[in-house]
Design a protein around this ligand. Sequence first.
Ligand SMILES: *[C@@H]1O[C@H](CO)[C@@H](O)[C@H](O)[C@H]1NC(C)=O
Ligand SMILES: *[C@@H]1O[C@H](CO)[C@@H](O)[C@H](O)[C@H]1NC(C)=O
Ligand SMILES: *[C@@H]1O[C@H](CO)[C@@H](O)[C@H](O)[C@H]1NC(C)=O
Length: 218
Amino acid sequence: MATSDYGLMIVIMMIAIFMASYTSADPDFLQDVCVADLSSGVKLNGFACKSNISADDFFFAGLAKPACTNNTFGSNVTLANVKQINGLNTLGVSMSRVDYAPGGVSPPHVHPRASEIIFVLEGELNVGFITTDNKLFSKTIKKGEIFAFPRGLIHQQINIGKDPAATVGAFNSQLAGTQKVANALFASSPTVEDAVLTKAFQLETKLLEEIKSRFALI
Ligand SMILES: *[C@@H]1O[C@H](CO)[C@@H](O)[C@H](O)[C@H]1NC(C)=O
Ligand SMILES: *[C@@H]1O[C@H](CO)[C@@H](O)[C@H](O)[C@H]1NC(C)=O
Ligand SMILES: *[C@@H]1O[C@H](CO)[C@@H](O)[C@H](O)[C@H]1NC(C)=O
């Protein structure tokens, strides 16, 4: 093999390694199981492993029933991540269930550590995500159908049917994280300076204060 062929091979291998490290959200695991010890004081990327484990560390019944949707947004998220299912630690997967009242909304939010794929259990929803060049990709989906949201992009869902709706979502992270856009900007602690928000949203201070006061109540 000529020297330049070796060079090319090394470049291809480096690209492959680079791609591999970017195709999975969570880091790969180094043992069969590492059930999270949530009470451990050890700080690391994820959770320390506990030693006395059982099948129940990999079990959760919490998505079986609809959650109560009598709240401001008319929706309720039930999480099934490493915090609820300790055995998910290091496995790079988790789930959630969202229930919607008629007209209920899952307000614009992002998952910083995972892409999401949802399956409609009941009802009919309009769902969509917005790319970094501000293009909206949205679609109406109904029972049995699936939609995917790329990691880190703002997305939202609304129940457009007359009946309650429910979806189950899967994430390629043990702890996808959720940041609601409006809550982050209008109800952070301490608050984002008014001067930043009035400029960013082109709002009068009075209107900004009104928006902030509504989020303070949620
Ligand atoms: C391990 O857990 C089981 C049940 O969860 C318990 O009965 C047993 O005493 C535990 N053993 C140790 C060494 O903690
Ligand atoms: C979500 O549902 C659970 C179970 O029904 C309930 O306890 C909780 O208060 C609900 N949360 C909101 C914000 O409605
Ligand atoms: C939830 O239900 C109670 C009683 O049915 C009602 O008083 C309350 O206003 C409801 N809350 C919301 C946010 O719809």
